[in-house]
Design a protein around this ligand. Sequence first.
Ligand code: ZN
Length: 93
Amino acid sequence: MMKNKHLSKAIAGQGFHYFRKWLECKRSSLGIELRIADGFHPSGKACRVCGSIKADLKLKDSVYICDCGNQVDRDLNAAINLAGCVRYKTAWK
Ligand SMILES: [Zn+2]
């Protein structure tokens, strides 16, 4: 997202680095696992029902509509896909 000239400034201002550090700190204090999905995992563009990738998904699309008939909130679709992600790293320090 940082390579997108329209988004990079807004993304930089969100403080994702500090959010991740906060999560790692919480993980450490609570003794739980923190899963870090690959940055290229298509969580937002993959259909949670059929698994097809929707390459033409635009930022303005708040509802994910797939050809298989699945229609769901985009963020919910991404969250469900991330919950089922099997390729991830764990933060254990
Ligand atoms: Zn689908």
